[in-house]
Design a protein around this ligand. Structure first.
Ligand code: 13P
Ligand code: SF4
Length: 338
């Protein structure tokens, strides 16, 4: 097994897409049409915290993977327009099978989820009979169906702690999150060598450098994606200076910016989240660790595509019943351990 790394990203191109905004009057009329269609079709728009600002603004709820899954499970709307990446829409469909789940662009994948296939997991399980499989939520439904537990950054440690000590555990697909969980719990895990291309570029040195520029800032590190989880690992091993360092999910970070007395924050995750932080805290200052921390998949969802999704009912995300029923067991365990 070798680490899967996807460096096909053209960051300049993505920054251009993100910065190519519609004129304000166009955006207003598209947003109004989205709201009209949403009411007409009894739809709800769920958007991940990394979405572009105008998509966050039309959403009924913005949040992290856990919050979005919970909302999808609870909603009474008939249609869920999921503005995020494909595995998130699949999860919404699994927890809300009677709803129509739409994703505005089917190409919105996740390089971390793509690091392991169901076939690879099947083979890995065969090498370790009787193991318990803990899969991070950034996995396909096929992989979840072969897992005993799903977890998010918020509950990965708790999930592993809940498993009897004598059980062997396969942890996938993020190697840095796995290494961190292993360190915190003291459990020996078998860890899949996957990582997220967005976060893999943020090194401890970048974090220490920006920290020196903003010594009073709170340092917010996202644990779920590869290189941010590597940062988390380095923080726990002392390679990153540790004072005022907080390891949080995207929504945890947003909440921290509201409750912390600090006025400055260094943010180590995908930069879409800065919009929500700045909107909620107009007087505070936010500094991304890298201007290039942009997930091209998250940025594939645009306001025009959200409109088209509602107009044409595209693209429906469904999960075959046999897969969904098995995956749901692992997802339900994730939703219970909070
Ligand atoms: P959160 O669950 O913290 O929002 O993270 C999901 C994700 O894909 C991070 O890249
Ligand atoms: Fe996947 Fe990384 Fe994008 Fe998150 S930031 S959706 S883990 S590719």
């Amino acid at each position: 097994m070798f680490p899967f790394v996807c460096y096909d990203i053209n960051v300049r191109e993505i920054i251009d897409i993100v910065h190519t905004e519609q004129p304000m009057e166009n955006r207003t009329s598209i947003s109004e049409e989205i709201q009209r269609l949403k009411r007409e079709k009894n739809a709800v728009i769920l958007a991940h915290n990394y979405q572009v600002p105008e998509v966050q603004d039309v959403a009924d709820f913005t949040g992290d993977s856990l919050g979005l899954s919970q909302r999808a499970a609870e909603t009474e709307a008939e249609v869920i327009v999921f503005c995020g990446v494909h595995f998130m829409a699949e999860t919404a469909s699994i927890v809300s099978p009677d709803k129509k789940v739409l994703i505005p662009d089917l190409e919105a994948g996740c390089s971390l989820a793509a690091t392991i296939t169901a076939e690879e997991l099947r083979e890995w399980k065969e090498e370790h009979p009787g193991v318990v499989v803990v899969s991070y939520v950034n996995t396909t439904a096929d992989v979840k169906a072969l897992s005993d537990y799903c977890c998010t950054s918020t509950n990965a440690v708790k999930v592993v702690k809940s498993i009897p000590e004598d059980k062997e555990i396969l942890f996938l697909p993020d190697m840095f999150l796995g290494a961190y969980v292993q360190k915190v719990t003291g459990r020996k895990l078998h860890i899949w060598p996957g990582e997220c291309h967005v976060h893999a570029g943020i090194r401890p040195l970048d974090i220490n450098n920006i920290r020196r520029e903003h010594p009073k800032a709170d340092m917010l590190i996202h644990p779920e994606c590869g290189c941010v989880t590597s940062s988390m690992y380095y923080a726990s091993s002392g390679e990153i200076e540790n004072g005022h360092t907080y390891i949080l999910s995207t929504e945890g970070m947003v909440n921290h910016t509201k409750s912390s007395p600090a006025n400055e924050f260094v943010v180590a995750t995908e930069n879409g989240i800065l919009y929500k932080m700045r909107k909620l805290n107009p007087k505070k200052k936010f500094f991304p660790v890298s201007e290039e921390s942009i997930c091209k998949y998250m940025k594939m969802i645009t306001l025009d595509k959200v409109l088209r999704s509602l107009e044409e009912d595209v693209y429906e995300v469904t999960v075959p019943h046999a897969i969904a029923s098995k995956a749901k067991l692992a997802i339900d365990r994730m939703l219970q351990i909070t």
